[in-house]
Design a protein around this ligand. Structure first.
Ligand code: HEC
Ligand code: HEC
Length: 397
């Protein structure tokens, strides 16, 4: 029975709950001291000679990227002053997170696995469902996202940044004046994110030893700096199992191809990219083909972090692909329009791939040694420089 005291108690509790909620929103930034070098770090030059343009068309300005670095690690950009981009995109994990879903505001969880963010300058679509095409606009989304950082009101975000002392000089250095706008914040964040380039893996080293490193053909010869096992894995990746049909290009990602359904499930819980496929059928399970750079450090894997190890991912491709009606043709059996290695000349001819003729997954029949070799190859994609480079590290101490 609820008497009037009961109702009063509920009201008081309600007010207390509301009050405490407001309180967490107003928590002052934890005392953290910003430490920057006297001269800005060099963001404009890639850390090593490379066979591709790691910034894409962008020219990186060292002062703008420095401002971006501070914004990237500044918890003040979140509603409760607890979360920064760096909370989820962790340098030691290849700028991904080591959990299936990441903690955002008030311990709420993201709906998808945090993506790695190296070599974004070479990419044209962002997020697992490719919903954003430009980085300058994209980088403001996490700030507004109510799970991630929770400041949807851009005027409020600008005001917050304006009221923090260290930003005055940083904006002057970057843009010539103190004026704070969300556009400038977005540009600085994008410049910093684009500056996080990975060009120093064992794989890059092997490519650079070839006579024409820029040509994809150079993937087809053995690398002198690889072990036998790594070279076997490379052969399986680029030829026998042709993983590179989707994980292609300089970044071993989908920048050369459309989003793909890899048959993770027959009935996807997360439908991925909205809209319809080439045949006008509602898309289900289409996701961005992720970059495999630093893949050994970005576990767990897939858009929902379902696989804990590379071994599990490889076993999935070997035996776990589900017969989804929209399974990508690269993974279908040949009689049903799938692509097998015999289709592949030295250069893949995509015109040879018949479209949408079936659903049955190609069985790869990997041997135990082939699985080990694939994993060994994937591990040559780790870039130890980008993981430890102080110019990409948290500047707050
Ligand atoms: C609470 C965790 C979290 C925070 C904080 C966060 N992110 Fe993310 N980030 C994610 C997740 C999860 C995804 C994938 C989201 C999706 O696909 O729907 C992602 C995706 C991205 C991507 C796309 C990468 C790609 O390959 O398509 C970029 C770039 C990015 N975030 C940059 C940022 C920046 C810049 C900030 C800070 C302003 C930030 N993130 C803050 C979790 C986070
Ligand atoms: C049809 C295109 C396609 C082919 C072929 C393909 N992949 Fe993938 N790969 C994807 C897509 C798309 C995802 C993300 C799927 C998801 O999360 O729903 C992915 C995810 C992965 C991941 C996890 C990445 C991460 O960051 O979570 C690894 C590792 C991987 N693939 C390795 C391979 C290997 C090894 C092969 C060859 C045996 C291969 N892939 C063949 C498209 C492909």
């Amino acid at each position: 029975m609820i008497n009037r005291w009961g109702i009063a108690a509920v009201l008081v509790l309600g007010v207390m709950a509301f009050g405490s909620c407001r309180k967490t929103d107003d928590i002052k930034p934890q005392k953290r001291v910003l430490v920057l070098p006297d001269e800005p770090y060099d963001y404009a030059t890639p850390p090593n000679e490379t066979f591709f343009a790691p910034f894409g068309d962008s020219v990186i300005n060292n002062h703008v990227a420095t401002l971006g670095r501070v914004l990237f690690y500044d918890v003040s950009l979140s509603r409760n002053n607890r979360v920064s981009c760096g909370t989820c995109h962790r340098q030691i994990n290849g700028f991904a997170d080591n959990r299936a879903f990441s903690f955002g505001l008030l311990d709420s969880l993201t709906g998808r696995n945090t993506q790695t963010i190296v070599n974004t300058g070479t990419q044209f679509g962002f997020f697992w469902d490719l919903r954003e095409s430009t980085l300058d606009h994209m980088v403001l989304q996490p700030i507004a996202n109510h799970v991630e950082m929770g400041i949807a009101d851009t005027l409020y975000m600008e005001e917050k940044v304006r009221n923090i002392d260290y930003y005055k000089q940083l904006f002057v250095d970057a843009y010539g004046n103190e004026e704070v706008t969300s556009k400038k914040i977005g540009r600085a964040l994008a410049q910093f994110v684009k500056s996080i380039v990975s060009v120093s893996t064992k794989y890059d080293e092997g490519r650079m030893m070839q006579s024409n490193p820029a040509s994809n053909q150079s993937n087809l010869v053995d690398f002198a700096n690889y072990t036998e096992m790594e070279n076997l894995g490379k052969h399986l990746f680029f030829r026998k199992f042709a993983c590179s049909q989707c994980h292609g290009g300089v970044n071993l990602d989908g920048s050369l191809s459309a989003p793909k359904n890899v048959g993770l499930e027959f009935d996807y819980k997360d439908n991925g990219m909205p809209g319809v496929d080439d045949f006008g059928v509602k898309r289900d399970g289409f996701f961005k083909t992720p970059s495999l750079r630093n893949i050994a450090l970005t576990a767990p894997y897939m858009h929902d972090g379902r696989f804990k190890t590379l071994e599990e991912v490889i076993e999935f491709y070997n035996s776990g692909i589900q017969p989804h009606p929209q399974l990508s043709e690269e993974l279908r059996i040949r009689e049903q329009g799938g692509l097998t290695p015999e289709h592949l000349g030295p250069v893949i001819d995509f015109n040879l791939i018949p479209l949408n003729q079936g659903t049955l997954p190609q069985k790869m029949f990997m041997t135990a040694q082939e699985k080990v070799a694939l994993e060994a190859f994937l591990k040559t994609l780790t870039d130890y420089e980008v993981l430890t480079d102080p110019k990409f590290a948290d500047p707050f101490q």
